[in-house]
Design a protein around this ligand. Structure first.
Ligand code: AMP
Length: 226
């Protein structure tokens, strides 16, 4: 079954984790614009050099550049089985361009999945997130309080924990504010197109969120094969 999905959700909502699981279960490609851009920056490609500044300052890469990267990826033959777009569209023009691209290629989205987690919960979850300064392993002070677990499994790891700059509460609040202002018109568009399905993630573990997403996707499959 070919599935074409857009996943929407605030930073820290668990969108990337769920997108990966969906792609594995339904055997569709996971296309994360953030991952594609990071890979260009790491490899120092021409595009990477162009976008390094935007990426490091937390600004958005221009729409034309972003759309071109997405179209190039969508044209690859492995996307014929379907895909889940994660981190795109992020602006209303990107959402409109995507609709135009789909019409031109005689394709359509099956669903725009919105993962809804209250800001307070995101702030709580993310504020407690720390990573090992040496190996990068991620811990949560709420679930793994110091002393309750060995912080790092690597015997040679000094295990000093750091907080990522973009997890600091002030920065995260600002990212959430930007997210809400940018995504409101995108939500409205997908609602108007009757593609929006909201999954409530408040207070739920990743497995439980995935079970809800699965129900939505199975519902779509059932409706389409009926
Ligand atoms: P992410 O991993 O999705 O948070 O993306 C990391 C960075 O990549 C963002 O802060 C932006 O600089 C850039 N980026 C990712 N997706 C987009 C997009 N759809 N439009 C513009 N910039 C993007």
């Amino acid at each position: 079954m070919v599935l074409r999905i857009v996943i929407l959700g605030a930073p820290g909502s668990g969108k990337g984790t769920q997108a990966k699981r969906i792609s594995e279960k339904y055997d569709i490609r996971h296309i994360s614009t953030g991952d594609i851009f990071r890979s260009h920056v790491q490899r120092s490609t021409d595009l990477g050099k162009k976008i390094t500044e935007s990426m490091t300052n937390g600004r958005l890469v221009p729409d034309e550049v972003t759309c071109e990267v997405v179209w190039r990826r969508l044209r690859e033959s492995d996307c014929e089985v379907g895909y889940i777009l994660d981190g795109f569209p992020r602006t209303l023009p990107q959402a409109h361009h995507l609709q135009e691209w789909l019409v031109r290629h005689d394709e359509q989205l099956d669903v725009a999945l919105e993962l809804e987690v209250p800001d307070a919960e995101i702030l709580e979850r993310t504020g407690a997130r720390r990573s090992c300064a040496t190996c990068g392993k991620i811990f949560n002070l709420k679930y793994d309080p110091p002393g309750s677990v060995p912080y790092c499994e690597r015997a040679d790891c000094p295990s000093s924990l750091i907080q990522r700059a973009d997890d600091v509460e002030e920065t995260l609040r600002e990212r959430l504010r930007i997210y809400h202002s940018m995504f409101e018109p995108i939500h409205a568009l997908y609602k108007r197109l009757d593609l929006l399905k909201t999954v409530e993630g408040a207070g739920l573990a990743p497995d439980d969120v995935f079970a809800k997403i699965d129900e939505v996707l199975l519902g779509i499959g059932a409706a389409r094969s009926a």
